[in-house]
Design a protein. Sequence first.
Length: 300
Amino acid sequence: MMDSELPRTLNVENFEMRIADVANVEISQLQALSISVGWPHRAADWQHLLDIGKGYVALDEIGRVGASAMWFPHGEDFATFGMLVTSPRLQANGAAKWLMTRIMADCGHDRTRLNSTREARRLYMSLGFIPKGTVYQCQGTALAPAPLAPIEAGLALRRLDRADLDAVIDLDAPAFGSARRQHLLRLFDSSIGYGLYEGQRLRAYSMRRRFGRGHVVGPVVATCDADAVRVAHPHVVAHAGGFLRIDTHFDTGAFARFVQQCGLTVHNTVKTMVTQEAASYGTGQNGAAVVYALASHSLG
Ligand SMILES: CC(C)(COP(=O)(O)OP(=O)(O)OC[C@H]1O[C@@H](n2cnc3c(N)ncnc32)[C@H](O)[C@@H]1OP(=O)(O)O)[C@@H](O)C(=O)NCCC(=O)NCCS
């Protein structure tokens, strides 16, 4: 669809909403919007999203933000969508569909993915997204996990720094579905990371950063459950007693059990949806890594 064919204003009941760049509104307004639907984003969490994403807001006649939608480029030909919110008092007037149509046109990629709440699923289906699996949002006050067996000979777990970026991108790309260099770079700035190395080869990595009510552990990327637990473990140890969140597609197996044993229970589920099969997460074929925990719903 051509940009120029999309309407620039929308009549909502008796007033008109106009579209504006999400980068041009006060973060406090964005935060007020996400709080209005019960989302925990702090100003710093919105800043993180604005640093790597683009999008729009719908403003009412006195400049209040009534809805938002963003997209996040990950490499040349792949994007995720997120932060689709309509203020409760304005819902069911077409605002979300209006903004989604707009960002999909801007993004222009065929390969896109998002994580949908129950409320948004019908809207995304109508825009051509197909469901691809469930994300379990696990959270709670973290319990100190049981110590792990000593690490196998030949493996080393260590803190990641910028020098590990290329190794992280290489491991991550087939799991995530695209080389998300910009985002991983941004995550390095605000996260503590661990990598499991076998000689020079990175086998698994994990990150933890402040988010919402506490901290989030993600991404976690590994080729097997045991490695995923190995890299996630130190984050839970460091954060025992604090509020911790892990978003994972796994509800069985050793990683899912580890998450439960750490006191993180399923608070909510969302559905991963894609515009085409090729936008799915990697399935771990041929020994490739898979995503055990997401950076966030919006960022995948
Ligand atoms: C999901 C949400 C963004 C929809 O916003 P909205 O502006 O009300 O949506 P629209 O008016 O554009 O409606 C788009 C479609 O979704 C449907 N829809 C809207 N709210 C719905 C609900 N609660 N349950 C089922 N369908 C709903 C509409 O009927 C419409 O479908 P149609 O075109 O077939 O009639 C809004 O409910 C919201 O902010 N919810 C809380 C945050 C959230 O879950 N965001 C989605 C993140 S993935």
